[in-house]
Design a protein around this ligand. Structure first.
Ligand code: LLP
Length: 415
């Protein structure tokens, strides 16, 4: 349940009318509901409470400092994938003992910084990476904790670009190779290789793929006969974008907990989308209506550079008019951005009553993989981010300016 609801026919975020926010800050902007974020974090926390897990919010889903801070102050840890995300995690005061670090391509400088900061653990995806972490830890006279990321070869039954646990994916180690490593940990004297990590994909709406992957991993762990202290089952729990019926955190937990109850390991979860997805929207304004040969286009001021999911994954995002329309929706529109690409659309063939220049639209479910995947394509400044808590409206990132667009660029003399 999110907190974007109509009141007196005006879409509100918690107790703030979006029309007023748009008037004050201009469009487009991302808008986050503080209460929705904390509610969704609590849903997972409560559902898995009996296992006392470490919940590490996946920073890649939404790395705004206010979002991270909101979750970290409620006890969340963070799942990071880069030196930049480590920097942000530390910036919001996340205790380093609650940071886990995944990624197939960690650079030595990133590894070094993470070791110096004593993060909870590395999720390691290859033997060369393992050797590198071991060597750096040795140089720094530290011992680092490692979970091996396994590729359980299970189909997560989601979009092919966000499936990560199949044998053809680049992620994780196959079980045979991983077994060899667990049995020969002496080769890595500066590492405690005592954890297992899996992450089979994203936007998973059924518990079955999780159950399959966890069972397979448990069989693997049992066959190893080496002590495993941490079992990180990754993220991936799905949300409602249109007519999906994803299982709730309770339903996922009901299937997962019995598999892990009584086992000696600490459970780690890395949810991203489940917490942030429906906690944020993108608010945009119609610039022009264009009647073309076969279609009506509503050209809006947000484009694929602001929200790339529809273009990249053909993802569906519900579009709501900020002022509720009275009459039955009769006209079909493609909602498109100003960018010079035919792939620049936010939605296709959506029914509205009548859209006109100046109308405000809310692109729903944009809190995860929205702003974090935004770019400056077409030299478009990235938009602002705003967070609402009750009635309080906080600008949590100002929109970029033209000056920001050239920040760091250098014009060589004489060209
Ligand atoms: N842990 C690992 C190791 C991951 O790779 C991911 C996401 C997560 C956790 C969090 O997954 P979540 O709970 O959010 O499903 N850009 C795509 C999604 C890519 C997901 C990448 N990894 C999208 O917009 O749908």
């Amino acid at each position: 349940m999110h907190r974007f609801k109509y009141r007196d026919n005006l879409l509100c975020c918690e107790n703030a009318a979006i029309r007023d926010i748009a008037k004050r800050f201009g469009t487009p902007f991302y808008l986050y509901s503080h209460k929705t974020l904390t509610d969704h974090y609590d849903k997972i926390r409560i559902a898995f409470k009996s296992l006392n897990p470490l919940i590490c919010f996946s920073v890649k889903a939404n790395s705004n400092l206010a979002v991270l801070k909101t979750l970290v102050s409620r006890g969340s840890g963070l799942d990071i994938v880069s030196g930049g995300e480590l920097y942000k995690a530390l910036k919001v005061g996340c205790p380093s003992g609650r940071i886990v670090y995944a990624s197939v391509g960690k650079k030595t400088s990133e590894i070094e910084e993470a070791i110096r900061r004593n993060i909870f653990s590395f999720n390691v995806e290859s033997e060369p990476e393992l050797a590198t972490i071991n060597q750096i830890a040795g140089r720094l006279r530290k011992r680092s904790r490692v979970s091996l990321r396994l590729n359980p070869d299970v189909d997560a039954m989601t979009h092919k670009y966000i499936t990560t646990g199949k044998s053809e994916n680049k992620f994780g180690l196959d079980l045979a190779k991983a077994a060899g490593i667990y049995r020969n940990t002496r080769r890595y004297p500066n590492l405690n290789i005592d954890g297992v990590h899996i992450h089979i994909g994203s936007q998973i709406t059924e518990s079955l793929p999780f159950v399959k992957a966890i069972k397979k991993t448990l069989r693997f762990i049992d066959s190893l006969k080496v002590p495993i202290k941490n079992f990180n089952i990754g993220g991936g729990m799905g949300i409602i974008y249109s007519d999906e019926r994803p299982q709730t955190a309770q339903q996922f937990a009901k299937r997962i907990i019995p598999l892990l109850k009584g086992r000696p390991f600490r459970l780690i979860l890395e949810p991203g989308r489940f917490i942030a997805g429906n906690s944020g929207i993108l608010v945009t304004r119609v610039i022009y209506i264009k009647q073309a040969f076969q279609k009506k286009f509503a050209i809006v001021d947000a484009g694929m550079n602001d929200l790339i999911r529809p273009s990249l994954y053909s993802a569906y995002h519900e579009i709501l008019p900020v002022r509720r329309q009275a009459k039955a929706p009769v006209n079909k529109y493609d909602i498109v951005g100003p960018i010079c690409e035919s792939g620049d659309f936010l939605a296709k063939d959506r029914r509205f009553n009548r859209l006109k220049t100046g109308d405000l639209l809310a692109v729903m479910g944009a809190g995860a993989y929205g702003f974090t995947m935004a770019s400056n394509y077409n030299s478009r400044p990235r938009v602002s981010e705003i967070m609402v808590e009750g009635r309080r409206v906080c600008l949590v990132r100002r929109a970029e300016t033209y000056k920001d667009l050239i920040k760091g660029e250098i014009l060589p003399r004489g060209i």
